[in-house]
Design a protein around this ligand. Structure first.
Ligand code: UDX
Ligand code: ADP
Length: 463
């Protein structure tokens, strides 16, 4: 089967960039991205592509090229489902906040809604592709809904997990390490896999496209994220030991990274990992392991999360301790709010938790982030429900100019590794601050010696 029409349900951080790249690379395929959120679709259709709702380097240019040609953003979910041969499901699967598996299992209500919508609308055979990270065996649930509520048409369910990292989504999509496609071992399942292989083969070498069964594909995604997050928690665990012993975690990371069995990537000590995937996927893995009675397996992976929570809390504690055990009424400026550089996404960002801790200590927080909006920062804090919306908006001042944000501050904390922070005039910032001037570098991006020679009391992670 040759694919000419694709629909993607969910115009978020995964669906948006992925479909933009498919449309750019496959001009003969019509790609329609649909979402229930009308504002989000309106923003994707903004004539000025700099205003699209997701910031990713290089994305605006691709959208400008393909949009209106073979890339469309729409709220007409049913029409797009009806027309497409392939439907990608890229809706969010947050951690459950209620009921069984609360705080651990993935909330599949959005996925189920999608499956029911597809079943209702589809009048021809369709391939349904799981793109969102889903717990193992979700495909089975989707299939059951489709087969039992549909109009008697045939569905093939594929798992095609997304490995892009935010901030580098476009290059990750253009040059993926691998593409993973899981499907049924039946001839129909294999046909569906091959149809999707042919889409990716427009720009990805076929040797990089792996075909597996559905469960292997689903579990590989969780495993990849668990291994990556584990590396960060491992180096972060060492960062605390380094601080106690006089070793420097950057030196340790460099030394071990040169061992080809370990490798140098993902060894940067930090205030803790954030993002929509790592925590959610590991909690998911833990939940699955527990549900099979594998308590040791569950505890092993849970420790990665425990270490990460500890690292965030340790950072806020260090700020309080260093500022003579009180931050009440002191101005602390955050540079960065996003969970990493080059994205406007803030989900699970360490900044949110560090801010929450410091506001509990009655600090006044000022924030500058080049891409995150004021409303987003406030709603991130409100989501924790630690205090009222009014109290949050009083405790958090948001600036559009980093230098202004730092004026009169007792301390600065770097929460995101935005490149621009390394180019600032730190002497000028120092001069405008309350003395002694403290700088807590949660990302180890600044030059300690240079800052100390200006007069800062500098504290990085793990040295
Ligand atoms: C991750 C996976 O990398 C990606 O393959 C998957 O599809 C989705 O989850 P993402 O969350 O977008 O991607 O970003 P990633 O670059 O993995 O960073 C996650 C967090 O770890 C960030 O907060 C980042 O700052 C932190 N990090 C990363 C470190 O603290 N140290 C490192 O060495 C690397
Ligand atoms: P991700 O990082 O996984 O892409 P996002 O939250 O950025 O997550 O995007 C998911 C999108 O899916 C949201 O814009 C949300 O409105 C959309 N969505 C959720 N459920 C449905 C649904 N049933 N139909 C259409 N869109 C949906």
């Amino acid at each position: 089967m040759e694919i000419t029409k694709i629909c993607c349900i969910g115009a978020g951080y995964v669906g948006g960039p992925t479909m933009a790249v498919i449309a750019q690379k496959c001009p003969n395929i019509q790609v329609t991205v649909v979402d229930l959120n009308e504002q989000r679709i309106k923003d994707w259709n903004d004539p000025n592509t700099d205003n699209i709702p997701i910031y990713e380097p290089g994305l605006a240019e691709i959208v400008a090229e393909a949009r209106g040609r073979n890339l469309f953003f729409s709220t007409e979910v049913e029409k797009a489902i009806d027309e497409a041969q392939v439907i990608f499901i890229s809706v969010n699967t947050p951690t459950k906040t209620y009921g069984k598996g609360k705080g651990m299992a993935a909330d599949l209500k959005y996925i189920e809604l999608c499956a029911r919508q597809i079943a209702k609308v589809a009048k021809q055979n369709k391939i349904v592709v799981e793109k969102s990270t889903l717990p193992v065996r979700t495909a089975e649930a989707i299939k059951s809904i489709l087969d039992n509520t549909g109009n008697g048409v045939q569905f093939q369910i594929l798992s095609n997990p997304e490995f892009l990292a935010e901030g580098t989504a476009v290059t990750d999509l253009l040059n993926p390490d691998r593409i993973l496609i899981g499907g049924d071992t039946t001839p129909e399942g294999q046909d569906a896999i091959n149809a999707l292989v042919n889409v990716y083969a427009n720009w990805v070498d076929k040797t990089k496209i792996l075909k597996t069964n559905v469960w292997s594909s689903e579990l590989s995604k969780l495993t990849a994220n668990a291994f990556l997050a584990q590396r960060i928690s491992s180096i972060n665990a060492m960062s605390e030991l380094c601080e106690k012993t006089g070793a420097d975690v950057n030196e340790v990371a460099k030394a071990i990274g040169m061992d080809s069995r370990i490798g140098s990537k993902f060894l940067k000590a930090s205030v803790g990992f954030g993002g929509s995937c790592f925590q959610k996927d590991i909690l998911n893995l833990v939940y699955i392991a527990k549900s099979y009675g594998l308590n040791e397996v569950a505890d092993y992976w849970e420790q990665v999360i425990i270490m990460n929570d500890h690292q965030k809390r340790r950072f806020s504690n260090k700020i309080v301790q260093t500022l003579y055990n009180t931050v009440a009424d002191k101005k602390i400026t955050f540079l960065g709010w996003a969970f990493k550089k080059d994205t406007n996404d803030t989900r699970e960002s360490a900044a949110i938790y560090v801010a929450d801790d410091l506001i509990n200590e009655q600090a006044k927080i000022s924030v500058y982030d080049p891409k995150v909006s004021r409303n987003k920062m406030l709603s991130d804090l409100d989501y924790l429900q630690t205090r009222s919306v009014e109290e949050n908006s009083k405790a958090l001042s948001i600036f559009e100019d980093a230098y202004k944000a730092c004026e009169g501050a007792h301390a600065i904390a770097i929460l995101t590794e935005w490149d621009e922070f390394t180019t600032y005039d730190w002497q000028k910032i120092y001069d405008s601050m309350h003395k002694p001037a403290f700088l807590f570098d949660g990302r180890n991006i600044l030059n300690a010696k240079e800052l100390e020679s200006i007069g800062f009391i500098y504290k990085g992670i793990g040295s």
